[in-house]
Write a protein that binds this ligand. Structure first.
Ligand code: ADP
Ligand code: MG
Length: 348
């Protein structure tokens, strides 16, 4: 007689499911900051203020002036798989930064989350609290505009994850990097980051009256020198368009950390970029020198899959060779036009 397996397999509880998902979506404080700031951008905010105390372990607060939520939306927003962004379940034509409907539920599963919001055009504000996966009833609150998210005691309900947190300083720096990248892609939004005592990052809103909006914003983040040493990039190949700014070879760095790539407005990390940049600059720079650049690739949504990773930091291109070719040729073209010849610099 075979032993019966009945009763061994069971469905996990919603709370456990959320905590497992949270492990993927909210790996560290910077991932929570990323999700929350992306939500504010998606909500059409023109200013987003972030406060992180103790590297985000004690508090992450994100305040925006976006369209906000009414009581019903607020209650749904913190549920898993609840999103306002995926119209007709269409995973191809994704126009927003979010679409998975997991961030708020995940954060609520591993922290004490309070979401306070006022829907644009309404004069009532509401708040909902979620603690360790338990949702409380939506209550009236006071708020003049937009949405305020407070995340306290991150990972208090997942001690294993809590143990792996780096120093407050490291977590804060990581979050700063996340905000910086989002700020590069959204010059029309004002951003600040504060540690509770001091504002350490500030990107004022850039309006179209101030000349080249994108260069203005990049200059505010990467420095005035970048602005003065950057070549404009604008190239097309098939349905792909590459724009942005690339630093002159004479204005280079000892590491490749200042190479930023955005795909359809989404900051992505892709090894393809570093490789293409190395290829384009190889005649102009020694092997241990790297340019600073920010490139914005716009492609039809069917050309790219952003749903590769829960944190959405990676994307997959239908034709990576085409992307690489476009980047290399656009950079080479700009460098050649700027009259920098290989013979004038130390080649590696
Ligand atoms: P997603 O962003 O993938 O939709 P989230 O869990 O991050 O999932 O958010 C769920 C929903 O809550 C969003 O689709 C949006 O409707 C709403 N929401 C979240 N943050 C904000 C915000 N700052 N302002 C307005 N609405 C928000
Ligand atoms: Mg989101």
């Amino acid at each position: 007689d075979l032993p019966t397996q009945a009763g061994i397999i069971h469905l996990l509880s919603e709370r456990t499911i959320n905590r497992i998902a949270a492990g993927e979506v909210v790996e560290r404080p910077a991932s929570a900051v990323k999700e929350l700031v992306e939500n504010s951008v998606d909500a059409g905010a023109t200013r987003i203020d972030v406060v992180m105390r103790d590297g985000g372990k004690a508090l992450i607060q994100v305040v925006d002036d976006g369209r906000g939520m009414d009581a019903d939306e607020l209650s749904l927003a913190v549920e898993r798989h609840a999103t306002s962004k995926l119209k007709d379940d269409d995973l191809v034509n994704i126009a927003s930064l979010g679409f998975r409907g997991e961030a708020l539920a995940s954060i609520g599963a591993v922290a004490r989350l309070t979401v306070t919001s006022k829907a644009r055009g309404s004069d009532e504000a509401w708040a909902v609290r979620v603690e360790g996966g338990h949702k409380n009833t939506v209550e009236p609150a006071a708020l003049t505009t937009g949405t305020r998210i407070e995340v306290r005691d991150l990972f208090y309900s997942t001690p294993a994850r809590l143990k792996f947190m780096k120093t407050a300083r490291t977590e804060y720096a990581q979050a700063g990097d996340v905000i910086k990248r989002l700020a590069m892609a959204h010059p029309d939004v004002a951003f600040t980051l504060s540690d509770g005592d001091r504002t350490t990052f500030r990107a004022p809103q850039v309006t179209s009256l101030t000349g080249d909006v994108r260069l203005e914003r990049l200059g505010a983040i990467l420095g005035k020198e970048f602005r003065e040493n950057a070549l404009e990039i604008d190239a097309e190949r098939e349905e792909l368009r590459l724009t942005g700014f690339a630093g002159l070879p004479t204005y280079s760095r000892g590491n490749a950390q200042h190479q930023y790539l955005f795909v359809n407005g989404r900051p992505v990390k892709d090894k393809l970029l570093n490789g293409a940049v190395r290829g384009a600059y190889q005649d102009y720079l020694a092997r241990d020198r790297h340019p600073i650049l920010a490139l914005f690739l716009d492609v039809p949504s069917s050309f790219v899959d952003v749903n590769v990773h829960p944190a959405k930091a990676e994307v997959r291109f239908k034709d990576a060779g085409l992307v690489r070719g476009l980047i290399v040729s656009a950079l080479r073209h700009a460098l050649a036009a700027a009259g920098h010849r290989a013979s004038t610099t130390v080649a590696g």
